[in-house]
Design a protein around this ligand. Structure first.
Ligand SMILES: [Mg+2]
Length: 404
């Protein structure tokens, strides 16, 4: 199963909502942002009829009035737009539970798991457009590609009332002819600098020797070029998408018995991995946290070549990290596991790792089902210790709303 990420952008959203509510406004140049008498302020949305006159959002109202003197100017009603936005969101959530609203009129939806249910990208897009039209009468544009970056760029290319589907492997070719200004993150300054190297299109940037790019932009050159090739792995983040999953235990008495510490660690790893799978996520970075007698805290981290949600792989990393933690002779007051660099579980995409991982995941899937029914304690591997031997256990899934 490929990763398929849908981006939806409502067309001239505020203006469209007003045109639906008052049919006399349809087909007319409508400008939302302020009354005709307002001298200050900017355009928040212009209908496509107004755009023909060069009016666009963020333009001063005074300029808009000059360009489109016969336009209809309105202050706008945010409560109305919010209501329409929530209706659209409910429709999206009926297609996939993984919906990330990017703004009042834009959202990302991870539709990888919805493919079979709906019959593919085209059918998913058609279904969403039809329901939005039937339930809100609003026009929208949809793009589906392997990632958020490419889908976001693509909706802008096919607006209004558009749809485009970019197949896996076609990302770079799709972006190649587009002007560099279409690439998020390539601001005026970046474009000016790149212009000196003859870079005009996204494809030019993708093809620039990395050494040249590094001389100009330093370490960020790699990220910039990856984006130009249409590569991006950032997950669609719902309100409940964790940024990291961690669990730690404080001991009643400081512990020097590393066999016991290791068993506790295995237990903590199983718990975090279970939470990870509950969220449908994988981890790429495993951190071992140790607080020694005297409150001195150290963390030891390891980044995996490939993301995983498999207990044994996470425990394997911890075993690699343990000698570093043991090197210090102090007793241990607290021990913990943190999983970071999380992404959506794409285990069907796994090209390496072989059959063993796949088999394990199948086993774990059924194990998770049993655990889900009877609580976590039902199934435990032999190496982990029961919960009762620990004084306190804290867990937290950190959430924040970072940029995509
Ligand atoms: Mg929009």
């Amino acid at each position: 199963m490929n990763r398929r990420i849908l981006h939806i952008d409502m067309d001239a959203f505020f203006a469209s909502v007003e045109q639906v509510l008052d049919p006399s406004l349809r087909g007319k140049p409508l400008i939302i942002g302020g009354e005709k008498t307002d001298l200050r302020g900017v355009v928040s949305t212009a209908s496509y009829e107004a755009r023909k006159f060069g009016v666009h959002s963020a333009m001063p109202l005074a300029t808009a009035k000059r360009l489109c003197p016969h336009g209809i100017f309105m202050r706008g009603n945010h409560a109305r737009y919010r209501k329409a936005s929530l209706k659209v969101r409910a429709i999206l959530e009926s297609v996939s539970p993984i919906v990330e609203p990017a703004s009042i009129d834009e959202a990302y939806v991870d539709v990888s798991g919805s493919q079979r249910l709906f019959g593919g990208d085209d059918a998913i897009a058609a279904h969403i457009k039809k329901r939005i039209r039937e339930e809100t009468s609003l026009p929208c544009t949809i793009a589906i590609s392997p990632n958020k970056l490419v889908s976001k760029i693509a909706t802008d290319q096919v607006k209004p009332d558009g749809y485009i589907c970019i197949a896996e492997g076609e990302e770079a070719a799709y972006l190649r002819p587009l002007p560099l200004s279409k690439l998020p993150g390539a601001g005026p300054r970046t474009r000016e600098v790149l212009g000196r190297y003859g870079v005009q299109t996204i494809g030019d940037l993708a093809a620039l020797p990395i050494g040249t790019l590094e001389n100009v932009f330093g370490p960020s050159a790699h990220g910039l070029q990856r984006r130009a090739r249409g590569e991006s792995s950032s997950p669609v983040e719902t309100d409940s998408t964790p940024k990291s999953i961690s669990r730690e235990t404080t001991f009643e008495q400081d512990l020097g018995d590393w066999d016991k510490l290791e068993r506790v660690l295995v237990y903590l790893a199983e718990r975090t991995a279970y939470t990870l799978r509950e969220h449908g996520m994988e981890t790429k970075c495993v951190t071992l946290k140790v607080r020694y007698t005297g409150f001195d805290t150290k963390t030891f981290a390891h980044t995996l070549d490939e993301s995983t949600s498999v207990d044994s792989e996470i425990i394997g990393v911890l075993h690699q990290l343990l000698p570093k933690a043991r090197a210090r002779r102090d007793k241990v007051r607290l021990i913990g596991v943190a999983l970071t660099s999380l992404s959506r579980n794409q285990h069907q995409l796994r090209l390496f790792g072989g059959q063993q991982s796949e088999k394990w995941e199948k086993v774990l899937e059924s194990v998770d089902k049993v655990r889900g029914r009877h609580g976590f304690e039902t199934i435990r591997t032999a190496k982990s210790v029961p919960r009762s031997s620990m004084r306190s256990e804290r867990t937290h899934d950190e959430r924040d709303n970072g940029a995509p």
